[in-house]
Design a binder for this molecule. Structure first.
Ligand SMILES: [Zn+2]
Length: 107
């Protein structure tokens, strides 16, 4: 059993106590359980961010294809360059996000 100081009144209390015996402040926010649950929430938010990026990468990829296969497009080579660039970037971005999501779920 260790002695810590209360975050509210700075008096010495036991680290096992869930409430300060001097000022009745809850020591909950620094408990192991709530730290684990906030880490879990953080992980879910990270996963959601990656999923949004995966979706955007897919849109970029499909938009690249649309430009590339566009029938009436101006006959200028840079249109193909942009289309192919978007396909390449979209494809690698998508793969990168899939890998990040797998690594996140393993950690
Ligand atoms: Zn206190």
């Amino acid at each position: 059993m260790a002695i810590i100081s209360c975050p509210s009144c700075q008096k010495q209390i036991s680290d096992k106590a869930s409430m300060c015996m001097h000022c009745d402040a809850t020591i909950g926010p620094i408990s192991k359980e709530s730290m684990e649950s906030s880490a879990r929430v953080h992980k879910i938010k990270q996963a959601q961010g990656i999923q949004i990026q995966t979706f955007l990468a897919l849109i970029l990829f499909l938009a690249g294809f649309t430009i590339w296969y566009w029938d009436d497009k101006p006959d200028e080579y840079w249109f193909n360059i942009i289309g192919q660039g978007m396909i390449a970037v979209g494809f690698f971005w998508y793969l990168l996000n899939r890998v990040r999501l797998i690594l996140l779920k393993r950690s």
